[in-house]
Write a protein that binds this ligand. Structure first.
Ligand code: LER
Ligand code: MN
Length: 271
């Protein structure tokens, strides 16, 4: 089981990123706690000290599973759905930079909140949806050139106004007809949107590129009421051999929540 812990050099209060702040210190902590991977949330690759990052990783056996991109939306207001063409162009440019960074690090790139919002008016929604498809198509050209996989995340209705369920995300993904675009399932969002956690895993296994684990209350697994033993069995039965990204609120503290996640999950039977 590849357990990946969410980290970021940019502090985002309220975000479900476990370790925030100095990357070298976080990478050391992740290694000490027994993680095999990190999920690195990057606001703008231009602002990242790649040399220090690579140096910090070299001293460990950690790999970078995934790059999170949501800070480009939450902190900089960039999105694929935006009605302003200049903002969309900036969003595409930013994600292409994430893709180039992912190529260097051997990571996948998450397409989550960067999709943006479609709004409530029917006509506006159609136009915004087309903008999302067009923007992702531009990013996909770069992803195919770089051999990087893009993970489209289904996000619950309170945080996103489209692609809330696995079924919606998969029909969105299918229109690109590319093996470089797949699905990211997050147990926190699934608990809100899906009738059951297991069905989509079984049904959409062939699309599944990445998984985010958080409990029902977005705390570490084991501190809410989700059935992680069954979930891990289902993922294994579905042939999922990818990474499990621990993406949840760093409460009561980053160290305690990271420790709980790794200890609890490593104790579970793995199918
Ligand atoms: C991002 O992976 C995610 O799950 C969003 O809900 C960000 O809060
Ligand atoms: Mn997530």
């Amino acid at each position: 089981m590849e357990l990946s812990i969410t980290i970021s050099d940019v502090r985002s209060p309220g975000a479900p990123i476990v370790f925030q702040g100095d990357l070298t210190a976080q990478i050391r902590k992740a290694q000490r706690l027994g993680f095999s991977q990190v999920e690195l949330h990057v606001r703008d690759p231009k602002g990242l000290d790649l040399g220090s990052l690579v140096q910090a990783l070299e001293g460990t056996s950690l790999q970078v599973s995934t790059l999170g991109t949501g800070q480009a939306y939450t902190l900089d207001g960039l999105s694929f759905a935006c009605s302003d063409a200049a903002v969309r162009a900036e969003a595409v440019k930013r994600i292409k930079a994430h893709i180039q960074l992912a190529q260097i690090l051997g990571a996948k790139v998450i397409i989550g909140t960067i999709k943006g919002r479609l709004g409530s008016a029917a006509e506006g929604r159609q136009a915004a949806y087309r903008h999302v498809v067009d923007s992702l198509r531009c990013c996909l050209e770069e992803a195919e050139r770089c051999g990087v996989q893009l993970c489209v995340e289904a996000i619950n209705r309170y945080e996103a106004d489209f692609l809330n369920t696995a079924a919606e995300a998969v029909s969105f993904i299918e229109q690109f007809g590319s093996k470089q675009v797949g699905l990211l399932l997050d147990t926190f969002h699934m608990n809100i949107e899906e009738a059951c956690l297991m069905g989509p895993i079984r049904q959409y296994a062939e699309y599944l590129f990445h998984v985010h684990l958080a409990d029902s209350n977005r705390l570490a697994p084991g501190w809410g009421h989700l059935d992680f033993p069954s979930l891990l069995r289902e993922l294994s039965a579905a042939g999922y051999r990818g990474s499990l990204g621990l993406e949840y609120l760093p409460l009561p503290s980053p160290e305690e929540s990271a420790g709980q996640g790794v200890t609890y999950l490593r104790r579970l039977p793995q199918g």
